[in-house]
Design a protein around this ligand. Structure first.
Ligand code: G3P
Length: 217
């Protein structure tokens, strides 16, 4: 499973990138707001840092304007993926932009049928928001499994990008169920390495080692 970082925080992305943990980046208008940066500048910096796809989201709601914004965002760098909302206008823009050879991530997906439409419109990625489904007592991980089954039934190549990932369990669950990509905030990715038994085991090894009085170097 590929790891994307869901952030527009360049320092946090760079830190994970140095560890080889970054296959791509996703941003959205809320994350641009949080960064306090200009969208073009911060997106360009991220694209220079990371080799993989970097999603940058349009804010227009009508297809022609989405296409215009998408072309402008795609001009920032060759690894830009234009992010479009799952509306009929977004799907129209997806068809046009993918026809021009641009990568498209269709976002704000909450159902299997929405995911089916995005695949038929040629999306490179579909972003089901699992945390937001959990927020309203639906099952976000189950949606990833359902989309996996439908895409596999018909051989759709659109990659399933599990988004709105909030926890270590979300990451494990979507990996088990076959998401192609997950995107998570840097804090969640950092937590993936943590386990109390690792800490306890290491403390015991170090205290026993101390008692041997030996040194390795
Ligand atoms: O990847 C989409 C993400 O940024 C939304 O996450 O936690 O705001 O639902 P959240």
């Amino acid at each position: 499973m590929k790891f994307f970082v869901d952030s527009a925080d360049v320092a946090a992305i760079a830190e994970l990138n140095e560890l080889g943990m970054v296959d791509g980046v996703t941003t959205n208008p809320s994350l641009i707001l949080k960064s306090g940066r200009d969208i073009t500048e911060v997106t360009r910096e991220i694209c220079e840092l990371v080799d993989g796809p970097v999603s940058a989201e349009v804010v227009a709601t009508e297809a022609d304007a989405m296409i215009t914004e998408g072309r402008k965002l795609a001009g920032i760098a060759p690894n830009i993926t234009v992010k479009l909302p799952l509306t009929w206008d977004g799907l129209k823009a997806c068809k046009v932009l993918t026809g021009e050879g641009k990568m498209v991530n269709v976002t704000l997906c909450f159902s299997v049928t929405q995911a089916l439409l995005a695949a038929k419109a040629g999306a490179s990625f579909i972003s089901p928001f699992i945390g937001r489904l959990d927020d309203i007592n639906l099952d976000g991980v189950e949606l990833i499994g359902d989309i996996r089954q439908v895409y596999d039934n018909y051989g759709f190549e659109t990659e399933i990008l599990a988004a709105s990932v909030r926890s270590v369990n979300h990451v494990a669950d979507v990996a088990r169920i076959g998401a192609d990509v997950m995107t998570a905030p840097p804090e969640v990715i950092h937590k993936l390495a943590l386990h109390p038994l690792t800490d306890a085991g290491l403390a015991k090894f170090l205290s026993d080692w101390e008692k041997t009085g030996q040194k390795i170097v």
